[in-house]
Write a protein of this length. Structure first.
Length: 375
């Protein structure tokens, strides 16, 4: 195997493929990246039986062959090389990387032991890559991090015709985003799957080079299967989570006793300032009264902060409290400059939506559980 390629192109493809490699692989070969040359085409592949990545590149002076090398080491080397073309050659059990005056020789791993990457599932449809990336980032903030509760570590992806709904929850907040897409088959575009949140976030964020992202899906009736994403000459697949996502729609209130509209940037900055005196895990208190929102945090022992903002307010006075980090993540996900906060009672979940979309069916909803105040 032999090829020549520009440094930046190879370094970018290797870095992208290496991000999914396991820190503690079940087998040594799973820590490797497979480089496969076929004439003037190079594919860089990674696979750990859960997530697969593959990037396709054009090369010159290509000689057919393949080599399996340490993925993380290759990523570090290609990133550090000078801005000159790279010459890559495999000879027996070693590969040589030459770039300018730099030269590296690396051992190879037995490529015959490397698992075969899964085939890309059937194309389900396409979606604007930038819109999808933003939607995933809005929802994934609410996904759980506890791997002992797999149903909460994923993003629920529901396909209904030309509508896609994304939802995630960690029991303390819930994020839901709806968007339109272009199904490959409008007559049978219907699916509900649970995608690992971290993998989905990485795929959506890194595959925005093309205007459209292709989503491919293979699933059985039990929810098992794989989902694939492709664009910019790259493709990635991941196994779906075989877990039952909570019936989240039943958690969303339909009637509200109190509503308030507030500038997102102003409220976010105020929450950050007030939360400086709050110990980790302590809430920020919100008092709505007479067109004013008063934020307070802390106490006599650790210091106290207070700040007041003008708000458009409808309903009776209400006092509630939230985890400041959760509140900020919800506010940061609002794309409109004005957020509408809606409450039923001080102790029941509140809903945050963009104010512009509040008069119609909104495409983003963030539900947050209040923190019970003493007394």
């Amino acid at each position: 195997m032999k090829f020549r390629i520009e440094r930046d192109a190879l370094a970018d493809a290797v870095a992208w493929s290496a991000r999914s490699l396991p820190a503690r692989p079940a087998a040594p070969v799973l820590a490797g990246l497979l480089l496969d040359v076929n004439d003037d085409s190079l594919t860089v592949s990674g696979f750990d039986y859960e997530v697969s990545t593959q990037a396709a590149l054009e090369v010159t002076a290509g000689v057919t062959g393949r080599a399996l090398v340490s993925g993380r080491l290759l990523a570090e080397i290609t990133k550090a090389l000078p801005a000159h073309p790279i010459e890559f050659a495999a000879d027996g059990t070693r590969v040589t990387i030459s770039c300018g005056s730099s030269r590296f020789t690396l051992p190879t791993m037995p490529d015959e032991d490397y698992p075969r990457l899964p085939d890309m599932p059937t194309t389900a449809g396409t979606v604007s890559s930038s819109v999808f990336a933003r939607a995933v980032s809005q929802v994934a903030v609410a996904a759980g991090k506890d791997d002992t509760l797999p149903m909460l570590t994923g993003v629920r992806l529901e396909i209904d015709g030309d509508r896609v709904t994304l939802a995630a929850t960690d029991r303390y907040r819930l994020a839901v985003r709806e968007l339109t897409w272009n199904p490959a088959n409008a007559t049978s575009a219907d699916a509900q799957v649970l995608v690992p949140a971290r993998t989905l976030s990485d795929a959506a964020r890194s595959l925005t080079g093309d205007s459209e992202l292709t989503i491919s899906l293979s699933t059985s009736g039990s929810g098992e299967g794989i989902i694939g994403f492709s664009g910019t000459g790259r493709r990635t697949t991941t196994r779906l989570l075989d877990a039952q996502f909570p019936p989240y729609r039943t958690l969303l209130p339909t009637d509200f006793a109190v509503t308030a509209e507030v500038n997102v940037a102003t409220l976010s900055e105020a929450v950050k300032r007030v939360a400086l005196v709050a110990d980790r895990g302590n809430p920020v208190r919100l008092d709505f009264s007479d067109g004013t929102l008063t934020l307070t945090a802390g106490g006599d022992d650790e210091g106290r902060a207070e700040e007041s903002l003008e708000v458009q307010f409808e309903g009776d006075d209400i006092t509630t409290a939230f985890n400041p980090a959760f509140l900020l993540e919800g506010l940061n996900a609002i794309e409109d400059p004005i957020a509408r906060l809606m409450f039923t009672t001080p102790t029941k979940p509140a809903v945050i939506r963009p104010a512009v979309a509040a008069a119609k069916e909104t495409d983003y909803t963030y539900l947050i559980m209040p923190v019970r105040l003493p007394g």
